[in-house]
Write a protein that binds this ligand. Structure first.
Ligand SMILES: Cc1cc2nc3c(=O)[nH]c(=O)nc-3n(C[C@H](O)[C@H](O)[C@H](O)COP(=O)(O)OP(=O)(O)OC[C@H]3O[C@@H](n4cnc5c(N)ncnc54)[C@H](O)[C@@H]3O)c2cc1C
Length: 421
């Protein structure tokens, strides 16, 4: 809902970070009539951003947090598998320990269900917020709404997903279970090796997430917004409120600040009074050429834990999670080792690597993003920690941040997204 403020309520607002989350916050704040400056050293939509290289799924199905009941029992096997969904770079273990301890606490069933409800409540508002921004920015050509798939090779892997289906049902999401024949009719590009599938008709995707962020930024500038190309390093405070963001050689005066710097938000959050356990869940993609009969929709392969996204310029293979420090160099061996399994999953797929990329999912131990006012500075807001769902949740986060800044009711209980959780 757009509620234009009168000119005396319009404020100077600084948004730190120009990924999908920061640009969505900037656009919704600008719709309210605020004068907005986005601060980021890199160009919006460039490959340095996690928002560039994600799988492209706008997901109405990913209600599972990463911390799941019993995951600790599966850890040794997962970690030993060179193509498995989870990797830890052991030299970073001491730094990662507090996050991992909190992560394991979040595997208790009651917590998993609460975390899932919090994720689901945000996902529910995803397409309302997307539709608003996509219509205004004229980016319809970058969005597809054909549902998504999760496919299973065996009865066993399908049965193992019963908890996920329970959470989807409990949270009111639609899905259809398909047998192998129904799956072949819906998605002829898939190899005939999948016994079961879950079709999620409400999901969609972006065929070029980097371009989406770039076009959001262009629209923002065309409407009078400012993008300041510098790294934010600190804040100035007046009477307990943030009065400026220190960025490069300049101090950007601000009546309010939104911290949306993805995986790099931790240091700045600490300066704003919030010591957060934010880590980067690093993930990789490889771009492949589209096969002669191509996939039509985002597909998650449950047995091997990779996903294929449908993009303008090919199919994008994305992988699971690697824990290391945010700035550790990439290690492409795992995703490259997975490519033969990708080849078996889609008919006629050529797995010659066209490009390869690594990104950093900003992740809190319970996979629930922080969308909140700072407990210490009333004019500072947090919008980070979207983990595997930042492309999905960027616009809805922007809408909620604009509501919080305007003291409007965001329409959902904000308790799960607060700083002290
Ligand atoms: C392999 C992979 C697949 C994924 N697939 C999906 C998917 O299918 N669907 C989905 O919804 N999500 C997916 N994600 C997750 C999603 O990409 C992220 O959650 C999302 O991009 C996070 O957006 P962001 O704006 O918070 O961060 P980013 O896009 O990383 O942007 C953060 C920005 O902050 C800037 N910044 C950092 N420090 C400073 C500073 N000090 N001052 C100023 N600016 C700063 C950075 O330069 C950067 O531009 C995937 C992620 C990965 C890695």
């Amino acid at each position: 809902m757009e509620t234009k403020l009168n000119s005396s309520e319009a404020r100077d607002i600084a948004v730190i970070g120009a990924g999908i989350v920061g640009m969505s916050c900037a656009l919704f704040l600008q719709r309210d009539g605020h004068r907005v400056t986005v601060i980021d050293p890199v160009e919006p939509g460039s490959d340095a951003q996690t928002s560039f290289g994600n799988a492209g799924s706008i997901s109405m199905s990913s209600v599972l947090p990463t911390a799941l009941p019993g995951i600790w029992r599966k850890l040794p096997k997962m970690l030993a598998d060179p193509t498995g969904p989870l990797a830890i770079r052991w030299r970073y273990l001491a730094t990662l320990a507090p996050f991992l301890v909190s992560f394991l606490r979040n595997t208790a069933r009651g917590r998993v269900e609460a975390n899932s409800r919090a994720i689901a409540a945000l996902i529910n508002g995803v397409f309302d917020a997307y539709d608003t921004l996509v219509a205004e920015t004229g980016t319809q050509d970058l969005i597809i709404r054909r549902g998504s798939l999760k496919v299973y090779k065996t009865d066993r892997s399908f049965a193992a997903a019963a908890f996920e289906r329970k959470l989807l049902s409990e949270n009111g999401f639609e899905f259809e279970i398909l047998n192998s024949d129904e799956l072949r009719q819906l998605e002829p590009a898939l190899a005939p090796i999948f016994e079961h599938a879950m079709y999620l008709p409400q999901s969609g995707g972006s065929t070029n997430p980097g371009q989406l962020v770039r076009r959001f930024a262009e629209h923002f500038v065309a409407r009078g917004g400012t993008i300041h190309r510098a790294r934010a390093t600190g804040f100035q405070f007046t009477d307990g409120s943030v009065s400026a963001v220190i960025a490069g050689s300049q101090n950007i005066a601000a009546d309010a600040v939104v911290l949306a710097a993805g995986s790099w938000s931790r240091g700045l959050a600490r300066q704003l009074g919030a010591p957060v356990m934010l880590e980067a869940e690093r993930g990789y993609h490889v771009m492949l050429a589209k096969p002669p009969v191509t996939l039509q929709r985002f597909t998650m392969f449950a047995d091997t834990q990779f996903a294929l996204g449908v993009h303008d310029d090919g199919l994008r293979v994305t992988t699971g999670v690697e824990y290391a420090s945010v700035d550790a160099p990439p290690d492409y061996r795992r995703i490259r080792a997975l490519l033969p399994q990708v080849a078996e999953s889609v008919r006629g797929l050529d797995i010659t690597e066209r490009s390869i990329w690594m990104g950093r999912r900003p992740t809190l131990p319970n996979s629930v993003p922080m969308i909140a006012r700072s407990p210490r500075h009333a004019n500072a807001y947090f919008a980070f920690g979207h983990s595997h769902l930042g492309l999905t949740m960027g616009p809805v986060t922007g809408r909620i941040i604009a509501d919080l800044v305007a003291n409007r009711d965001p329409g959902i209980d904000m308790t799960p997204y607060r700083v002290n959780r």
